[in-house]
Design a binder for this molecule. Structure first.
Ligand code: HXC
Ligand code: NAP
Length: 290
């Protein structure tokens, strides 16, 4: 099936050293696996070292190459700086940072404690900012070029109820992406973002569609193309954006959601629920013959 096929040519990321935050699970893992297949070396980071070690082992068996697992809570600047030092000690110059780590859950906002709200803000906005600043300062000091790719969501610009801390934080990450794309371009540092629609992962599905919510709110039904995303489709886009083929793409957010967010936004898009017979009746009432 073409959706599950890699798109870039073999070796497209050869010689690139890439850090993937949240790289032990879900979409971070899928993107990392494809980077590895294309010749990159990886550092995968998150809080759970055991998960990272297992993932790194499995990735290297299947795809070969080098995968270094490093524990790092992106909320803690000391851990971020130590991770950056370890990563550069292992691999030398880092060429790409994929800011993918996130935390999220659904809840009416008025039910959230201050700590609950801050926890998501801290992982997503503060965490991404800390990793970005640590990498960017070092690249600038060493006169090295670099690439940031930040994973946001489409509600970074629409907003969304019931995931308000995540929406606020992802909006901040998008602003960070666009701002630094301009400010740091003079240092040869590019910044882009991807806004995925629904892509099934254990992490997201268990937190955003718990219990029988998945049955009641099938995410595929909200997507005009009628399905959720395949991980390889996202990996193809991510690989392009961290490759030198996208050198002229800077400050962009690329949406990959089958048209989902626009469906919600277009004033009359829900008229697809009107049956053909009703359109026939409306045609007849204005005198059009069948
Ligand atoms: C309300 C909640 C909650 C929930 C936790 N809290 N879960 N409040 N509803 N479902 C509250 C806790 O009570 C606590 O507040 C505070 O949040 C911190 O909780 P901890 O469990 O101590 O935090 P921590 O161990 O740091 O875990 C962080 C986490 C967890 C975000 C709560 O879910 C996590 O580890 N997530 C990482 C992975 C993840 O979320 N992946 C999904 C990304 S999907 P109090 O006041 O009690 O101390 C995504 C998709 C977006 O972003 C778009 C989809 C289309
Ligand atoms: P996931 O598997 O839960 O990924 C989140 C990762 O972040 C985990 O590996 C987690 O690992 C790590 N993480 C969480 N808190 C951290 C912290 N404080 N420090 C370091 N790492 C931390 O979920 P996913 O669906 O693949 O999500 C990946 C990205 O895609 C996220 O940015 C998410 O917002 C975005 N996204 C997903 C979807 C979707 O439909 N799946 C849609 C839009 C956007 P540990 O628990 O080991 O720390």
């Amino acid at each position: 099936m073409i959706l599950a096929e890699g798109m870039l040519k073999p070796g497209a990321l050869k010689g690139k050293n890439i850090i993937v935050t949240g790289g032990g699970t879900g979409l971070g893992r899928s993107m990392g696996e494809y980077f590895l297949e294309l010749g990159a070396n990886l550092v995968i980071t998150s809080r759970k070292l055991d998960v990272l070690q297992e993932t790194a082992k499995e990735m290297m068996v299947v795809k070969g190459g080098k995968v270094i697992p490093l524990a790092c809570d992106v909320r803690e600047i000391d851990q971020v700086e130590a991770m950056w030092k370890d990563a550069t000690d292992h691999l030398g110059q880092i060429h790409v940072v994929l800011n993918n780590a996130a935390g999220n859950f659904i809840s009416p906002t008025e039910r959230l404690s201050t700590n609950a709200f801050n926890t998501v803000l801290d992982i997503v906005l503060k965490g991404t900012s800390q990793v970005t600043l640590t990498a960017g300062k070092d690249w600038i000091a060493k006169k090295q070029t670099g690439i940031f790719l930040n994973i946001v969501t489409t509600y970074a610009w629409t907003g969304s109820g019931y995931v308000v801390p995540s929406a606020a934080a992802k909006a901040g990450v998008l602003a960070l992406t666009r701002s630094l794309a301009v400010e740091w371009a003079k240092y040869g540092i590019r910044s882009n973002a991807i806004a995925p629609g629904p892509f099934p992962t254990e992490g997201a599905w268990s937190r955003l569609l718990p219990g029988d919510l998945l049955k009641k709110f099938d995410p595929a039904k909200k997507v005009p193309v009628g399905r959720v995303g395949e991980h390889q489709e996202l990996a193809n886009l991510a690989a392009y954006l961290v490759s030198d083929y996208s050198s002229y793409v800077n400050g962009e957010v690329m949406t990959i959601d089958g048209g989902e967010w626009l469906k919600g936004a277009g004033e009359f898009n829900n008229l697809d629920q009107i049956p053909e017979e009703m359109w026939d009746m409306m045609d007849a009432s204005r005198g059009k013959k069948a």
